[in-house]
Design a protein around this ligand. Structure first.
Ligand code: HEC
Ligand code: HEC
Ligand code: HEC
Ligand code: HEC
Ligand code: HEC
Length: 399
């Protein structure tokens, strides 16, 4: 089954099972924070409704926050959160599926960002009179995580008057509860379905999760700079460090290639082994959407950079396959789990009539947002949906 079906299945799933209650409550005990607090996000993908904009702020837009939190704004603007509703892979997928409203749950979390709203379970959609098309472009905007009922929710207790807007300290901001409503989703667990987005589950089962190393520690590391206006302080960065950045990805997923021997005779076979390790992520790589996959690709080039006779390019995929159900279940999973590694062999049998000379084994590791077939169905090219994580070129002699 292809991943287009996977996305379609996601939208057919009646209940998006959220692991809200499973967030690690033991992390970051802060005595000044209230013990009991309302959940940060409404259940089951319901929109975040904001009855009142915190005084004296003029609007919910990230532009409002930008006036004082310029550094944090710019970091956020470069992250996938800011483009969650506008990135070309997402918009192509939504169009191809006939714009299902279900996708809004995580890509357009605020009620005012949604052009239509659900009338009730299974009752279709109605126009949203409060719809704000400008806010829609901001995807997972500041207010989605920070604004609730006339207040700004933040990670710390501030002194009275420290901020020009009302603030409420929340323990949840420093735990995976701030992430789980969008980074964990699946079928009804009671019906033995599988989580289709299982990032928080993967983390919980890892040594990182057990040690209480939160999502924020890796993705929102402490940095120092202008937290607000001209005030310098340490604050949590908002650029979601490490994701989709080829340099950071190369650090998270390590590729090692070894050759049995650095020269072969014509008519002999070159044997290589590539080992891919998840050295930096506290969840599977790739994680998240079931369409995501890693490709380990092998090819050989002769001294004219052409594919020599006898060489066959090969790819190994690290991905999940789904069983349509119902309920939808994950039928196989070859991704790299936290701390996991896998070795893949490749061989090239040099033709007896090959030209002697210096050849090159080329091994590439790619991250794909969706498969090549799906990209084509969305009217996108391979380059639109894949990121080159690392490339190794290893010379060998054919004598
Ligand atoms: C309201 C929903 C929502 C919440 C809450 C949320 N995310 Fe996301 N996140 C998304 C969506 C949607 C994307 C995908 C953006 C895209 O289309 O590429 C995403 C993407 C990401 C990425 C990939 C980065 C990139 O640049 O594409 C990381 C890392 C991430 N989120 C981490 C977090 C962490 C850590 C938290 C909690 C502190 C969190 N998210 C909370 C919805 C959310
Ligand atoms: C007029 C300037 C101004 C605007 C506009 C503004 N803020 Fe603030 N904000 C501040 C200042 C000043 C602080 C205190 C910073 C400090 O001293 O740590 C603050 C603190 C915060 C905190 C930290 C609260 C805590 O508990 O740690 C958050 C979160 C926050 N602002 C979010 C926002 C968001 C989201 C917006 C837009 C909807 C926004 N702010 C708009 C000036 C502003
Ligand atoms: C030990 C550090 C670490 C922790 C803790 C961590 N991550 Fe990650 N995360 C990474 C690295 C490294 C990557 C880049 C590799 C990748 O794309 O999988 C990444 C990538 C991601 C991505 C983008 C992946 C993709 O394939 O699109 C998302 C989303 C994400 N993390 C969410 C989370 C959430 C949610 C949590 C908490 C439950 C979390 N991460 C905890 C290190 C971490
Ligand atoms: C996906 C959710 C999310 C979005 C979107 C988001 N933030 Fe945050 N923000 C957080 C979390 C979680 C923390 C606390 C992190 C921690 O405790 O390590 C935080 C912390 C902060 C702080 C306090 C920093 C500190 O360390 O005391 C400010 C100020 C802030 N955010 C402003 C903004 C602004 C402005 C935007 C939009 C430009 C924004 N945030 C977008 C989740 C988000
Ligand atoms: C439960 C929350 C949730 C829902 C509902 C959801 N998504 Fe996502 N989506 C995410 C998160 C989180 C990410 C990316 C983070 C990651 O890499 O794991 C993402 C990423 C994507 C991406 C990859 C974008 C890129 O740049 O790589 C596509 C495409 C996508 N979603 C399409 C859809 C479509 C279409 C729907 C509706 C059928 C949908 N999503 C519904 C949470 C959701």
């Amino acid at each position: 089954m292809n991943c287009g079906t996977a996305l379609l299945l996601m939208l057919l799933i009646p209940v998006i099972a959220l692991a809200q209650g499973e967030a690690d409550e033991s992390a970051v005990p802060d005595p000044v924070l209230p013990e009991a607090e309302p959940p940060l996000f409404p259940p089951d993908g319901a929109p975040v409704t904001i009855a009142e904009i915190p005084a004296p702020l003029p609007s919910l837009s990230a532009q409002t926050c930008n006036a004082c939190h310029g550094e944090i704004h710019d970091q956020w603007a470069g992250s996938g959160h800011a483009t969650a509703a506008t990135n070309p892979v997402y918009t192509a997928a939504v169009e191809a599926l006939g714009r299902p409203a279900e996708c809004d749950a995580c890509h357009l979390p605020l009620e005012v960002q949604r052009p239509t709203l659900a009338k009730g379970p299974g009752k279709g959609q109605v126009e949203n009179p409060a719809y704000d098309p400008t806010l829609r472009l901001e995807g997972v905007t500041c207010a989605a995580c920070h604004v609730r009922d006339g207040e700004i929710v933040g990670p710390r207790q501030l002194a009275v008057g420290q901020a020009p807007h009302p603030v409420r300290a929340s323990r949840a901001m420093s735990t995976p509860e701030a992430c789980v409503s969008c980074h964990q989703a699946g079928t009804d667990e009671a019906a033995h379905g599988s989580a289709l987005i299982d990032t928080v589950g993967e983390w919980e089962r890892s040594t990182f999760g057990q040690a209480g190393i939160t999502c924020q520690e890796c993705h929102m590391p402490r940095t120092s700079g202008r937290i607000a206006g001209s005030r310098y302080a340490a604050y949590s960065a908002h650029g979601l460090t490490q994701a989709r950045d080829p340099k950071e990805l190369a650090r998270a997923v390590t590729l090692q290639v070894s050759l049995r021997s650095s020269s072969i005779q014509r008519g002999e076979t070159l044997r290589a082994t590539a080992t891919v390790m998840n050295t930096g992520a506290a969840h599977a790589v790739p994680t998240g959407d079931p369409a995501h996959r890693l490709e380990l690709a092998f090819t050989v080039e002769d001294f004219e950079a052409a594919l020599p006779k006898g060489a066959e390019p090969a790819s190994e995929w690290f991905e999940r396959t789904l069983d349509a159900g119902p309920p939808v279940t994950v039928s196989s999973d070859s991704r790299l789990q936290p701390g996991g590694q896998r070795s893949v062999d490749y061989s090239y049998g040099a033709d007896k009539k090959s030209k002697p000379g210096r050849y090159t084994l080329v091994v590439r590791l790619h991250w794909w947002a969706v498969s090549a077939e799906q990209a084509e169905a969305y009217g996108l090219t391979d380059e639109d949906v894949r990121i080159l994580i690392s490339e190794q070129r290893i010379p060998f002699d054919v004598n």
